[in-house]
Write a protein that binds this ligand. Structure first.
Ligand code: ADP
Ligand code: ASP
Ligand code: MG
Length: 411
């Protein structure tokens, strides 16, 4: 007997028939004698609908109230899934994040999980129940409902698997595994049988939505056995996330590049004509960080006239907030000439552990983009990743040509 956490995404619970389908799979696993915790997302499109409703009343909704609204999507699907299971004769019980006691910090709309009380779930599992838990939501120390950021149900799933010491966490979605790139953009993309945890972390952090980055972080920290699978197919092994000790990384056959990620959600902030002196980066980014705005790429160019141009990227949703902070609190203070924003950008990243032992990956990437006349606006690298910011309108072309250049397509 194993303890398995199964997480089902929005398309997998999009309507009662699909929910019934989820219940049938859960029933099969239960019949094998396993204990099952099910985590569900809201029905596909529902979170966006709820966000839209809130924005009709307030352009930048109050975060606490927004969480109150958007967390309801998952409350519907847990009840529905529990009903579908009960209808099949299986003992099942639904739980909101607060009922489990998924304790988070109070950073509404992007809260972090601090602790999960596993007692309630354990007791019900031992009593033979399937526990159906709402993804994406938690509760802060004062009892306020919080949400974990878009795609956060993945994180609920993996965090529960860690807290319960589950044997496996299965992420069921609308594709049958992790591909070399988003198969919706590049139909020639190939499913990976396995991918290292580090590569998955980079892909997720660079925008590949198949797993939310925090779920991958949890898997790494607690060594959760994590697999991505299709909820529409009965068979198939999906993609297993592997860890170094599994020995997979020493495989000489491993390709140099494992995947390409892209992200349309970032925007660029440029601060022009800043005096070039110590402390400037801190004076610009300090107030941005204080407002809890995540900064991704950063570049600074020193010009001949002793001033510097400072550019960084933030999430598109936070562009206006960042610009307002800089214009109100920073520009006059540091004597910057101009502050501007650009949300027509996209980021493309190639990722692979093979980069550690091979040279020339960056030049191949840059040459491939140059041959298509695509201008690179920013570059950042890690040991296993090269990321570039380009004009949004070239995104699809860039991903396709890179996928081909690195020979990632189906053999
Ligand atoms: P869910 O609602 O099940 O959480 P998501 O839409 O969040 O599903 O994530 C699955 C989607 O991720 C796929 O439909 C696919 O378009 C996208 N995706 C992006 N990059 C990849 C990749 N490398 N491999 C597989 N899917 C990817
Ligand atoms: N329903 C939430 C979202 O759409 C969480 C999730 O699906 O993982 O982002
Ligand atoms: Mg998702």
């Amino acid at each position: 007997m194993a303890l398995i956490v199964q997480k089902y995404g929005g398309t997998s619970v999009a309507n009662p028939e699909r929910i019934r389908n989820v219940a049938r799979r859960v029933a099969r696993y239960k019949a094998m004698g396993h204990q099952i915790v099910v985590v569900v997302s809201a029905m596909s499109g529902e979170t966006n609908r709820l966000l839209g409703l809130a924005k009709e009343l307030m352009a930048e909704p109050d975060p606490r109230e927004l969480d109150m609204i958007v967390s309801t999507g998952e409350q519907v699907t847990i009840g529905m899934t529990a009903l579908a299971l009960i209808e099949l004769g299986i003992k099942a019980k639904s739980y909101t994040g607060a009922q489990v006691k998924i304790l988070t910090d109070d950073a509404h709309t992007k809260a972090r999980i601090l602790n999960i009380d596993q007692h309630n779930l354990k007791a019900d599992l031992d009593a033979g129940y399937v526990c159906v838990v709402a993804g994406f939501q938690g509760v802060d120390i004062d009892g306020n409902i919080t949400t974990l950021g878009r795609g956060g149900s993945d994180t609920t799933g993996v965090a529960l698997a860690a807290a319960l010491n589950a044997d496996e966490c299965q992420i069921y979605t609308d594709v049958d595994g992790v591909y070399t790139t988003d198969p919706r953009m590049v139909p020639e993309a190939r499913r990976l049988k396995s991918i290292t945890f580090e590569e998955m972390l980079e892909l997720a952090s660079q925008g590949s939505k198949v797993l939310q980055i925090r779920s991958v972080e949890f898997a790494g920290k607690y060594k959760v056995k994590l697999r991505v699978l299709s909820s529409f197919e009965e068979e198939g092994d999906g993609t297993l996330i592997t860890f170094e000790e599994d020995g997979k990384e020493t495989n000489m056959e491993e390709p140099i590049i494992s995947g390409i990620a892209f992200n349309r959600d970032e925007a660029k902030v440029t601060v022009l004509g800043v005096p070039d002196k110590p402390g400037i980066a801190y004076q610009i980014l300090g107030p941005v960080a204080d407002a809890n705005i995540d900064v991704d790429m950063i570049i600074q160019n020193v010009g001949a006239d002793g001033t510097t141009d400072f550019t960084f990227t933030v999430h598109k949703n936070e562009l206006n907030k960042a610009l307002n902070i800089l214009r109100d609190k920073v520009q006059g203070h540091i004597g910057a000439r101009e502050i501007s924003g650009d949300d027509k950008i996209a980021k493309v990243s190639v990722v692979g552990v093979g980069m550690r032992s091979h040279v020339g990956i960056a030049s191949k990437m840059f040459r491939t983009l140059a041959e298509e006349g695509i201008n690179i606006q920013m570059i950042s690298t890690s040991e296993i990743k090269i990321a570039v910011v380009i004009d949004e309108k070239y995104l699809e072309l860039a991903v396709r040509v890179l996928h081909k250049a690195f020979e990632l397509e189906e053999a």
